[in-house]
Design a protein around this ligand. Structure first.
Ligand code: SAM
Ligand code: SF4
Length: 335
């Protein structure tokens, strides 16, 4: 095999997150503005290009692929792409193929995803209240997502719920969401809201609910044990002794996971971001398109990019400053 991807800080890059579209059928207030302008189609990697890109990374040692967006399941023909990744699962080169979705299309796709080899999905859901769900997603309908979650579990997919922690919004729902996940045997992870993009006049500092406070709220209701387990990413975990549930906390703004970071992100236009918190990126679409028959220039561009992976990121939200605020949207880089 080719030499694996190792960055300058001796971290092996084994996890690729791929945004397959910037489009979405929701307009979550912390993620998108109501009137988004999306990229022209020619800017996007085609499904064949996505295959070639991912297959190249897998050839270089990437073992885990997470497909995201925008909403990955609204990309036309996306199942063709999932089906094409099955061969890497079957060869053993790829250990896990997974996706992050808003759940709206899962009723239609859950069985096909399972058949393609997907075993776990992350479903984003911030509230169990229909009206609040409509308000936070602007265009989403809770019942449709619920049917998607049912379909995913019926298909045999393990579900993790990702909830963005929003002060004064889903704060009072913490026990209900937690119990609902326990009843359905779904993992739950809280995500701290991030200062991403310029998405209108929503003041995200006012919505900021620190995960330290989320943890404290748990501690008021449960016996909370910190777990040592890490996944190379920003999540930390606790166990609720009363229910046995494992709850995750993703604080993307803290630096404390950078030393074990094993991941890079590919946008739907083929830019590789080495760090979620840095603008530094490499254009992989150009070498891909310039050499349709020869993979060497693409591999070279990937290696060059990895050799520039920064040690860590540096935005600080906790002191209520927005230094280092990112100008790009999560829907572009993929959350
Ligand atoms: N559409 C899919 C979904 O919602 O799961 C995948 C893409 S979405 C950008 C990925 C994750 O990013 C979601 O869990 C979403 O809640 C999260 N997200 C989006 N904007 C965010 C922000 N400003 N701060 C924190 N998380 C955010
Ligand atoms: Fe769409 Fe996901 Fe962004 Fe919501 S968080 S607008 S579902 S991409």
């Amino acid at each position: 095999m080719n030499a694996p991807l190792i960055d300058p800080f001796a971290r092996a890059i084994t996890y690729l997150r791929v945004s397959v579209t910037d489009r979405c059928d929701f307009r979550c207030v912390y993620c998108m503005s109501e009137n988004m302008t999306f990229l022209p189609k020619k800017e996007l990697l085609t499904l064949e290009e996505l295959d070639r890109m991912c297959s190249t990374f897998i050839g270089l040692g990437v073992e885990k692929l997470r497909i995201t967006g925008g909403e990955p399941l609204v990309r036309r023909g996306i199942m063709t792409f999932f089906d094409s990744m099955t061969r890497h699962l079957e060869s053993g080169a790829l250990k896990e193929l997974t996706l992050t979705t808003n759940g709206s299309q899962l009723e239609r796709f859950a069985d096909d995803l399972y058949a393609a080899g997907v075993r776990r999905v992350n479903i984003s859901l911030d509230t169990l209240d229909e009206d609040k769900f409509a308000a936070i997603t602007r265009w989403g309908r809770l019942a449709q997502v619920m049917r998607g979650i049912d379909a995913a579990q019926r298909a045999g997919l393990r579900v993790k719920i990702n909830a963005v922690a929003l002060k004064g919004f889903n704060e009072p729902e913490l026990p209900r969401i937690t119990e609902w996940c326990a009843e359905r045997d779904m993992d739950l992870t809280w995500i701290e809201v991030m200062p991403m993009g310029d998405i209108g006049n929503e003041d995200r500092l006012d919505q900021y609910w620190s995960l330290k406070d989320v943890r404290a709220t748990y501690a008021e209701n449960y016996t909370v044990t910190d777990l040592a387990e890490r996944s190379g990413g920003p999540a930390r975990y606790v166990r609720l002794e009363e229910t046995g549930q494992k709850i995750g906390f993703i604080t993307p703004l803290s630096h404390n996971f950078c030393e074990s970071c094993n991941r890079v992100r590919l946008t739907c236009t083929g830019e590789l971001f080495m760090c979620l918190g840095q603008e530094d990126n490499a254009d992989l679409r150009a070498p891909l398109r310039a050499h349709p028959e020869d993979n060497a220039p693409l591999e070279q561009a990937i290696r060059a990019a990895i050799s520039h992976k920064p040690e860590g990121h540096d935005f600080d939200y906790s002191r209520r400053r927005l230094d280092g605020q990112m100008s790009r949207h999560m829907s572009h880089t993929g959350g």
